[in-house]
Design a protein around this ligand. Structure first.
Ligand code: HEC
Length: 246
């Protein structure tokens, strides 16, 4: 009995640790983020942000425009007008024409393919990363990031978010910033609007990293319905078998 109690305690303790999951995002704990891939309106907005602000440098080479349009209920014609900005066809992979060696020269690093980044880094990391660019004149592009110290990527959403500065005194011992504040009246979006923009973008990128999850959810409902129905018949059959025994 005592052994059982001990095992249970250990089990519960380890579950608590797992559940708490204060994932670390560079200098800070990750912000909370939980994707909702049933929210198609959110993912449509996220897709628009992605093609407008990210695909100049990044590709999503394992994703096709057509699949995205179909999955997110975007009519093909609208997708052609609003998601494709080069001579790609609707059936094309989501690639761009950036030269890798040129990018390396400009940014010190090649912008990686983003199809799977929500899975490799985790959605919480991605959400935190996209919200925590801040002004840092010591960096080549004038920006740094709390989740990715000395990142090579410029702060591409600056015009929407506005300026964020490192709080004085929080630069840490080694000039590492751990806390930022938004400078009032900068950026075309309010703080809440920008958080929504990034929420939608991260939501879209979570879907992009695993489009089959949508299909799985849809199938799951049918499987449960089937099991419920099957149970009724199994119960009826069981009753039939035992009728004569009693
Ligand atoms: C001007 C070019 C440029 C644009 C536009 C751009 N990025 Fe980047 N991005 C980069 C570069 C360069 C890196 C590599 C940084 C490094 O390794 O230091 C990067 C890195 C990243 C990473 C980290 C990937 C990893 O796992 O290391 C993510 C995530 C990312 N970008 C997301 C985005 C999103 C989302 C957008 C659109 C809102 C975007 N980027 C727009 C240049 C760009």
């Amino acid at each position: 009995m005592r052994k059982l109690a001990l095992t249970l305690t250990l089990l519960l303790a380890s579950m608590a640790v797992l559940a708490a999951g204060d994932k670390s995002c560079g200098q800070i704990d990750c912000y909370e983020f939980k994707a909702d891939i049933s929210d198609k309106a959110s993912m449509q907005r996220g897709a628009a942000t992605f093609v407008n602000y990210c695909m100049g440098c990044h590709e999503a080479a394992y994703s096709r425009y057509e699949r995205v349009a179909t999955d997110l209920d975007i009519p093909i014609e609208l997708a052609e007008q609003n998601l494709i900005f080069d001579d790609s066809k609707i059936g094309s992979l989501m690639v761009n024409a950036m030269q890798e060696d040129a990018a390396k020269k400009w940014f010190g690093a090649t912008p990686p393919d983003l199809t799977l980044v929500a899975r490799s880094r985790g959605p919480e990391w991605l959400y935190t990363y996209l919200l925590t660019f801040y002004e840092d004149p010591s960096r080549p592009w004038g920006a740094n990031n709390l989740a990715f110290k000395d990142v090579g990527m410029p702060n591409v959403l600056l015009e929407l978010q506005g300026t964020q500065k490192c709080l004085p005194g929080d630069e840490g011992d080694h000039g590492i910033c751990a806390n930022i504040e938004h400078v009032a009246d900068t950026g075309s979006q309010t703080v809440e609007e920008f958080e929504q923009t990034i929420w939608d973008l991260t939501n879209y990128m979570t879907y992009m990293a695993e489009p089959a999850a949508l299909e799985r959810k849809r199938l799951g409902v049918y499987v449960l319905l089937f099991l419920a129905l099957f149970m009724v018949f199994a119960w009826l059959l069981n009753r039939e078998y035992w009728k004569d025994v009693h």
